[in-house]
Ligand binder design. Sequence first.
Ligand code: FES
Length: 127
Amino acid sequence: MAPLLYFATAHPERIAGLAFGVRGRGVRELLPDVDLAVEEENGETAQDRLQHRWRPGVGILACGPEPMLRGIARRYGDNPDTYVSLEARIGCGFGACQGCSIETSTGMQRICREGPLFACSEVPWLR
Ligand code: FES
């Protein structure tokens, strides 16, 4: 959440909205000023918020656990401006070991070098 909050603060003109979700309510104490969907409170997830707030023509930048990213890719992957931030175990962190490589529509790419942000259209295995 930290880089997304930073980006939203630094470039508010580029943000149509934020949809943050967490499982436990304890996070509220850590982030009292952030509008959170707290699954433990009412079952609402970040994906639920996104579904209610997103409108065609608006890009999506998603960061979170892979099941959530898969759900977003399935629902919004046809939107050309849907991006996912992927994670992998990082070995070297500068592109030498290939340990973070993933298959994309244009071949193998390293999350630490070419990523971590990929267009959903580049990672069809997410859907
Ligand atoms: S962590 Fe080594 S290439 Fe990405």
